[in-house]
Design a binder for this molecule. Sequence first.
Ligand code: HEM
Length: 439
Amino acid sequence: MSYPIPDLSHIPAMPRLPVVGNSLEVVRDPYGFHQKARDRLGPVYRFHFLGRDVVCAHGAEVLEQALLNREGRFSNVLGWQVIEDLFSGGLMLRDGADHRAHRRMLQPAFRADVMRNALTLLVDRLQAAIASWPVGQPFSFYTEFRGLARAIAAEVFMGITDPAEADRIGRAFLDMLDASAAPIRRPLPFTRMRRGIRARRELRDIFEGLIDERRTGKGRDLFSELCRLKTEDGDWIEKDVLVDHFNFFLFAAFDTATTSISAMVDQLSQHPDWQEAMAAEVATLDGDLSLEALDRLDVTERVLKEAIRLMPPVPFLPRGVVDGFEHDGHRLPKGTPLTVCPGLVMIDPEIWSDPLAFDPDRFSSNRAEDQRHAYAWAPFGGGIHKCLGMNFAIMEAKAFFACLLPRYRIAPRAPAKWRRLPIPSPTDGLQVTLRPASA
Ligand code: HEM
């Protein structure tokens, strides 16, 4: 599906450079750019990004409208076109009735018993990785954790235990993730995009080759669970469809988790009081790392919520307008590329008190700042495309700190500098020093 970009000249525009438009400014400092544009032009304006005009609409109301999409005016297929070559067929890249049917079909892959099995595999992997990290000397946490994601993808998501096979899958998987963030979007020779598309082919072949065996086997990893799902008519899901969904799950699950856990580590290295509060809470579990035990980690959950309010892995959400829509007196015709901004809503001073301060207690039941608007806190999106892996992501973050804090503390350090796009990452790889918990 595609529409020609309509005439948008009636929408106020940010001044732009020839050829690159506003791309450089947006990539350098997206929050700064969009805050300046909103102050200058109001909540709806045009900017030129990666070769085309895009309309940005600010505020919790329009975020809610776009994500709930009650009247079917917004398209994810059009919005996420930029990753279509790598992830077509993924749940997030579907619209309307087709999306609803696929979402219903996939939902059982996130049942509590599936999560419980995944957690057992995950905890083993996390414990092994944490035990291998240096103590008393700095290492690049973000890079280490991203590497660990390769092993989690192979072992926890796919149940692959052969190290050579896990490594092959992990490498192809990282090539695909790198391509999703590459500035050159065409698969020209020697580009990340070319490598990513090759990796997609390789992964699809691997996944497809495993499906028959997984359908009849007893594997408890996510891929095996997915393979055993059936359609509403009681048939196996077609292999092509299954492979596309799993491929997208891998994409959706990893850099987002690496960013959110790194954002927590960054905050905890500046807020030892919160680190101690989390460690004390983890100690009450007495080594019980079951799903039910992790559910009780309220302090950890508040720290996670606050860390990803300030550093959301997905700060902007793209949509395509498929049916004319009016916001704040501006008509957005069919075909308009639209961006809505959960990241900026989450630091909106009209919703949050002292919005840039790290203050996990704002999520406590007596303050409940996140309840001031239904879309005040939306790092996992909302409405019909709300993240299907949200509970998995929360479980993973809790499991990680429940494994880390009984052994170590993160030494104090200055706040990291973060690059926000295409997905937030600390510019120095987050140099962190671990100290023994008892020191
Ligand atoms: C902290 C970690 C994560 C964050 C911040 C996050 C964020 C998001 C966001 C914002 C969306 C909505 C996109 C849109 O509306 O266009 C989304 C969708 C999705 N996420 Fe996540 N995600 C995370 C982890 C995961 C994990 C671990 C999985 C799978 C195991 C996952 C699977 C999905 C899927 C399948 C969708 C598409 C849902 C749909 O279109 O119906 N995510 N995620």
